[in-house]
Write a protein that binds this ligand. Sequence first.
Ligand SMILES: *[C@@H]1O[C@H](CO)[C@@H](O)[C@H](O)[C@H]1NC(C)=O
Ligand SMILES: *[C@@H]1O[C@H](CO)[C@@H](O)[C@H](O)[C@H]1NC(C)=O
Ligand SMILES: *[C@@H]1O[C@H](CO)[C@@H](O)[C@H](O)[C@H]1NC(C)=O
Length: 379
Amino acid sequence: MAEKLVLFAMAMAMTMMVLISASAEVPTIFIFGDSTADVGTNNFLPHSKFRANFPHNGIDFPHARPTGRFSNGLNSADFLAKLLGHKRSPPPFLSLIKSSAGVKKHSFRGISFASGGSGLLDLTGQRMPTMMKFGAERVPTDDLHSNLTNVIPLTEQRKQFKAVHGHLMAALGKSEAKKFLSKSLVFISTASNDIFEYYHSGSTMPKETFISTLGLAYEKHLKALLNLGARKFGIISVPPIGCCPSQRIYNSTGGCLEILNEYARAFHASIESLLCKLSSEYKDMKYSLGNTFEMTINVLNNPFLFNFTDVQTACCGAGRFNAQSICDPKANLCSNRNQNLFWDLFHPTQAASNLAAVTLYGGEPRFVSPINFAQLAAA
Ligand SMILES: *[C@@H]1O[C@H](CO)[C@@H](O)[C@H](O)[C@H]1NC(C)=O
Ligand SMILES: *[C@@H]1O[C@H](CO)[C@@H](O)[C@H](O)[C@H]1NC(C)=O
Ligand SMILES: *[C@@H]1O[C@H](CO)[C@@H](O)[C@H](O)[C@H]1NC(C)=O
């Protein structure tokens, strides 16, 4: 009897091990988008105005190292990657190209192409948006359009991914590379910067035209990725960007700049129908759409539920809402960084980024649909 129990226990243990090793399979992740996911891409653009590789950024990163992340520590891409079994976000493509072995090796684990300041449109971030013009950071007008090294636009991010695709084809052969890419996760977090620039440039383009321009651009990017073999997409939509500290300064009452939130909502609706359409054209496509708008509004309405005591002011900055300067060594720093929703004038703190990632990963359909990122990874 005792012997049987031991055997049974051993069989159980072995079953458990199989289950654990199956669930411990770490998926390959490719990350595209803007500063919400940038883990140091722009450090490799010497003339970029969108950089964060200086203190107080990184103050809560191991060894208090500023890495280029627009955060006191990790960002949402890092936390998502951690939830999926990685140490943190995969490294920037531009950090790997100094050796040909670098890109090859990481093609199998994951690479980040995300670049702060970029958007869906090629010109986004290449001109200095009005709201980023502070003092010495102001760019002379003759610099407009003349210098395309400020950010890596999504089109260029896709070209870099194409190089990765080439490595995989060479290493695995066509059909295995296709299989490999179809299992990899593609995360994209973009479009906030397009909306900021559209609004603050005083464009006369009607809102509907602008939103459909963004939708068409997204469709073009997604189709290009699909045609290279990507099949699993984690899409992160635009949060209520009118509630960023940098935008509250445009509202005399200190409330959110509502018009920007309306653009964010309209954008979400257009991407939702785009993804639905694409998944009927590409039968094996799977996606999760993260509704960071709903997620953030929920936190703004119930800050204490999430242990935030300040959801309006930037932790690091200066001036009204700490939002009239970027986060640099001269900026003020809040006393409890875990209790602020915003790190700087645009970006969430590490604590808020963690909350966002946990919600994208395991959240209910109100926040991420039709499936969450955990289900996407398992699909
Ligand atoms: C971009 O701007 C920087 C400084 O503003 C300048 O040194 C560099 O030559 C410019 N590059 C191009 C391609 O114009
Ligand atoms: C400013 O914020 C208030 C709430 O405090 C809001 O009712 C109003 O619509 C906002 N104004 C603009 C221009 O967004
Ligand atoms: C808030 O803080 C309390 C006490 O430190 C903790 O038990 C709780 O899990 C926290 N809630 C969240 C959402 O982080």
